[in-house]
Design a protein around this ligand. Structure first.
Ligand code: B16
Ligand code: MG
Length: 331
């Protein structure tokens, strides 16, 4: 109401008071559970209050009154069987937004969808080289008599070679030369095992989805932390299905930094908000979020639960399924 009356400061103060009840535990009772109804009210404060959302016969409209320091307000609502996405910025303040000027998202149609590109992680998403990485590290760790097992390895998915080694050695001290030698040794073990990779080693559902996306005009990139990504792509026989490759050589900072996926989006000529990342690693999901991209996590939710959508694998997953999950946020 304060927003409607143009009292932005008052509106923001009230909003913060409500939000802090659980975020800062100001009532000292968050341990009993969050205030669910209040959380819903806060969402309404943001969308109806700051966003100026109105549900009209013609569809949802928004007349934003953003707090002065907010750069952007983005949300979506499901209204009369259609998703409507709002992306509001301060410079368009007071401009009346109608459905036609905003992306209106229909769950099962590729028309008007915000998704223009998919960035696939490689190891663990398109092929199971994650297993070969594990064996390489296990062999190295055994040789160095450093404790290592599959559980420790789980946390190394999507993590660069150097960072993986640093995590494995923990507090143990080595010279840079020794570190380099160990990285080279592990890589030799890995490269030996990927020599025999063939198109049949693509994980179930991968090729069907790649082909479907291509015919739907969706751009495809690989976003892999691996310096061996190009070799693996060649072996898998999918080079001609891919528009861009971002790999271990493309950027300085690997996952969970957003750089790799931002680089991939740039190569595709797309904005981060138009891209979706498909990942099997917690670090990859984190990187997608940091890049401002939506994400699909493949695998157990203990690992990829932070993704917008979690699926067991790509098996049987069509382009329509992906859109429905993403636009409906279905887990
Ligand atoms: P390399 P992804 C990652 O690939 C692997 O998941 C991770 O286990 C590996 O350490 C990293 O690539 C670096 O690989 O040693 O070949 O440069 O999952 O991002 O495709
Ligand atoms: Mg991976």
């Amino acid at each position: 109401m304060a927003s409607d009356l143009g009292q932005s400061d008052e509106a923001y103060e009230r909003f913060l008071q409500a939000a802090m009840v659980d975020l800062e535990d100001v009532r000292d009772n968050a341990a009993d559970g969050i205030h669910g109804a209040s959380a819903g009210g806060i969402w309404q404060t943001v969308t109806f209050g700051f966003g100026g959302l109105k549900l009209t016969q013609e569809g949802p409209t928004a007349t934003p009154q953003l707090p002065s320091h907010w750069q952007r307000l983005k949300f979506k609502i499901y209204w009369r069987r259609t998703w409507h996405e709002f992306d509001l910025k301060p410079e368009v303040e007071n401009k009346d937004f109608s459905m036609s000027s905003l992306s209106s998202l229909s769950p099962l149609s590729s028309e008007g969808t915000f998704i223009k590109g998919i960035i696939f992680d490689l190891d663990g998403v398109l092929t199971d080289t994650a297993e070969y990485h594990y064996r390489g590290w296990q062999r190295l760790a055994d040789e160095e008599e450093i404790p290592f097992d599959r559980e420790i390895n789980e946390a190394l998915r999507g993590v660069s070679r150097r960072e993986s080694l640093l995590r494995i050695i923990g507090e143990r001290k080595y010279t840079e030369e020794q570190l380099q030698e160990m990285m080279d040794r592990k890589n030799r073990y890995y490269v030996d095992s990927i020599g025999e990779i063939l198109p049949k080693d693509l994980l179930p559902g991968a090729i069907a989805l790649l082909d479907e996306l291509r015919s739907a005009g969706i751009k495809i990139a690989i976003g892999s932390a691996s310096k061996n990504a190009k070799t693996v792509i060649e072996h898998l026989g999918i080079a001609d299905k891919i528009d861009a490759i971002a790999d271990g050589y493309s950027v300085q900072q690997s996952k969970p930094a957003p750089d790799l996926f931002l680089y991939a989006a740039k190569q595709l000529g797309l904005e981060p908000s138009q891209c979706v990342v498909i990942e099997d690693a917690a670090s990859g999901v984190e990187a997608a979020k940091a890049a401002g991209m939506r994400s699909v996590g493949l695998g157990p939710s203990e690992r990829v639960g932070a993704a917008d959508v979690v699926l067991p694998s790509l098996e049987g997953v069509s382009w329509a399924d992906l859109q429905a999950h993403l636009l409906g946020n279905g887990k």
